[in-house]
Every structure is written in C-alpha cells, then in structure tokens.
Design a protein around this ligand. Structure first.
Ligand code: GMT
Length: 378
C-alpha cells in the first residue's frame, strides 16, 4: 500500500506514535510518505520505503498568521496525486483531519482517510466552541477514525457528539528500544553520572511540562516520600511549567533531591535508572511515557485521568490515585520502595500484562487491518 502520514513532528506522543507506525509499516513493505512541516524527531532511520515531504510555511507579511493548514493540505494533495497514495493517515483532529479532507478534494482523488485522535485534540480543544464543529467535521468526513483509548473514545462522543463509529487502537512502543536490556548496568552508570548513590531509589517523571501534567502534585508527593525513603526525584523534559516547578522544589527545600534533567536524547536509559514512574496528569488519553517506562522495568503510580487506568491495573501492575490526590500517591510510593516483595510482585505482573495487552506487533496488525479494509472498500 502507499500510505501518507501527517503529524506534529515535534516532541510529543502523537508524533511519536505516527512516526513509529510509519517506520513499522515501511518495514512491512508498504510505501510510506511523511508529509510534515519538519522531519519528525523520532524519524532517525533511513529506509528505502520511507519518503519525507517537508512543507515550507509561507510567512508573507500580509498574513497575520502563517497559513500552516492550507500549506500542509496542498502538500498532501500534491503527494496524493504524484505518488498515487491509497490512503492518508492524519494524526490529531485539528487541523490535520480537516487538512486531509481538504487535500483529498484538492487532489480530486478518492484516497481513503483515516484519522487518529490523540487526546488534547478532544479533551482540551473540544471545549473550544470555535473548534468543535471543525473537529466533528474532521471525524465524520474521515473514512475511519481511531482513538488511543476507550476513555478518549467516550470523551469524544460526549464532547463532540460525532455521528461516526470510532475504533480504539491503543498506543504501542518499539520493544527493541524500550526494554530491560542491560538495566542494571545502565542504572549503575547513569547513577554515577548523576552522583546518585547506589542504594538511593529513583522516582521519575517525563513530559512536556505543561500544566495538564500536574507536576506540582508529583513534587508534593515526593516531598512526603523523601523524608521516609532514601530517594531522589528525576524530572526529564522541559516546558512552560519548568520555572514554577524549580521554584516549588526550592520552596520545599528539595533542591538537592530533585534533578531537573531537561530534554534528554537517551530517555530510555533514564527509565532504566528509575524504580518508579509517576504520571499524575489532569488529563491523559493514554500516557505513552507510562508504557515506555513500564517496559523498561519502572513500576508506575498514575492518576485516574483518562486512559491511565486502562494502562495501569490498580494494585496489580502499579497504582492509580484520584487526580490531585498526591498524598495517596505518596503512600503507594513508600510501600513500593520499602517492600521489595510487593515491588517484585507488581513489577512481574506489569511486565507480563503489558507484554500481552500492548504488544507492538498486535497493535500494528490492528492498524494494518484497518488500512487493508479501507483499501478494499475503495
Ligand atoms: O502528552 C502530551 O501533551 C502530548 C500529546 C500529543 O498530542 O502529542 O500526547 C497525547 O497523545 C499521546 C499519543 O497518543 C498519548 O499517549 C498522550 O496521553 C496524549 N496526551 C494527553 O492526552 C494529555
């Protein structure tokens, strides 16, 4: 099949899923065309089946805003025509799903469109009355729409009310990158690099440091854990909340205990160094970082937001607390970090469970089957 993919190319879960899916489809023999404003950051391999079409966004002075949507749509239309694509896979409802519809019209072809909803395109933007109709249009005009969790699917029906079936296809990870390989060795090396002593427990979080991640709750939970367990908090990533979080750590007297590691290219090794992983978001359609961390052997404590409780089986593969309940998160962390038997039990369950439910091969099969069914219905 000839497949076009459009996604946000920067650091972010939707771009990661789009890129990994494209790579895996190329490896399965499909011709994959990325049509994006920049090369997606996780697209670090060369493969003969992968083509990259980058758009330049015109910033002519008459434009108050550079016309991203029109430019990307016309590039998609050009690639549809020139490469005779069978289908285009649009990641994120606005503007990409809508750009896909426009591109199909511009190309005059009957290319099939599959759109994937990733989370904030519904749970945040769906509350914006000026975008709601556009989101619904993008969903209803796509030939197929998927959501990354049952929770996101239900949120979409509730907030957007589309007259359309939505299929849940969970996030997945590349298990050849995120795994337990050399965990003990990597852990020892990285701990030396950060001057963390061997016995100190590492609690980790990584994100784009947006308010929706509620990093404040993570720091407040750690503030309770820290006096009870020899531990440090490792925060990987950067974003709008960074300065406020530094200030909070300072105000709580935790400067020496919280490591702000910034954006990291080797996030895998940081996962491998960690004992526990925290994701206490306000909204989280799935929580791809959870799956990455878990596959690297870090036991999770998450909030009950969105799809997190579809990823973590509370009490079996980690713990789930109500949004904002950092005190309970601290209780679970203390238990995990001081009870090696409980920790081992949850870790084993976790590795078994995610190896079955989120196996990348199965998830890529699901997408590929959807692609084939679209193509056959052409
Ligand atoms: O988490 C973010 O803020 C990034 C965001 C994105 O759109 O790139 O991630 C969303 O899509 C991911 C991949 O499907 C999901 O795993 C994340 O849970 C989701 N983020 C939110 O819902 C906040």
């Amino acid at each position: 099949m000839k497949i076009g993919i459009t996604c946000y190319p920067g650091v972010g879960g939707s771009g990661i899923i789009a890129t990994e899916l494209g790579i895996q489809m190329a490896k399965r023999g499909h011709e994959v065309h990325f049509i994006t404003s920049k090369v997606p950051f996780r697209l670090t391999i060369n493969h003969p089946n992968i083509y990259i079409h980058q758009t330049d966004i015109n910033s002519y002075s008459v434009f108050q805003y550079p016309p991203y949507d029109i430019t990307i749509a016309s590039k998609i239309a050009e690639v549809i025509k020139y490469h005779e694509l069978d289908l285009i896979h649009m990641h994120y409802a606005v503007p990409h799903a809508v750009c896909g519809i426009l591109a199909r019209q511009m190309s005059g072809s009957d290319v099939k469109i599959i759109s994937t909803l990733h989370g904030t395109d519904i749970t945040v933007l769906g509350h914006d009355a000026s975008l709601k109709d556009a989101i619904r249009f993008g969903i209803e005009s796509s030939d197929m729409t998927t959501a990354v969790s049952e929770s996101l699917k239900n949120d979409t029906y509730r907030l957007i009310e589309p007259d359309k079936d939505i299929t849940t296809v969970y996030n997945f990870i590349d298990e050849t990158k995120f795994n337990l390989e050399d965990r003990e060795l990597v852990r020892a090396q990285l701990k030396r690099q950060y001057a963390i002593s061997e016995d100190t427990k590492v609690i980790m979080h990584t994100s784009n440091f947006r308010a929706v991640k509620r990093i404040e709750d993570i720091i407040r939970a750690f503030n309770i854990v820290c006096p009870k367990v020899d531990s440090i908090l490792l925060l990987v990533g950067d974003g709008p909340e960074m300065n406020r979080m530094r200030q909070l750590s300072h105000d709580l007297g935790l400067e020496d205990k919280v490591i702000f590691a910034g954006q990291q290219t080797d996030v895998v090794n940081h996962y491998k160094m960690s004992d526990c992983f925290m994701l206490l978001s306000e909204q989280e359609s799935f929580g791809l970082s959870l799956l990455e961390a878990m596959n690297c052997g870090s036991v999770p404590v998450g909030s009950s937001a969105g799809g997190i409780s579809e990823v973590i089986e509370h009490g079996e593969t980690g713990y789930v607390v109500d949004v904002g309940d950092y005190e309970s998160a601290a209780v679970h962390l203390c238990r995990l970090l001081t009870d090696p038997e409980k920790y081992a039990e949850l870790k084993n369950n976790m590795l078994d469970d995610i190896g079955i439910r989120f196996r990348s091969g199965n998830i890529i099969d699901q997408y590929e089957n959807l692609y084939f069914s679209l193509k056959e219905g052409k």
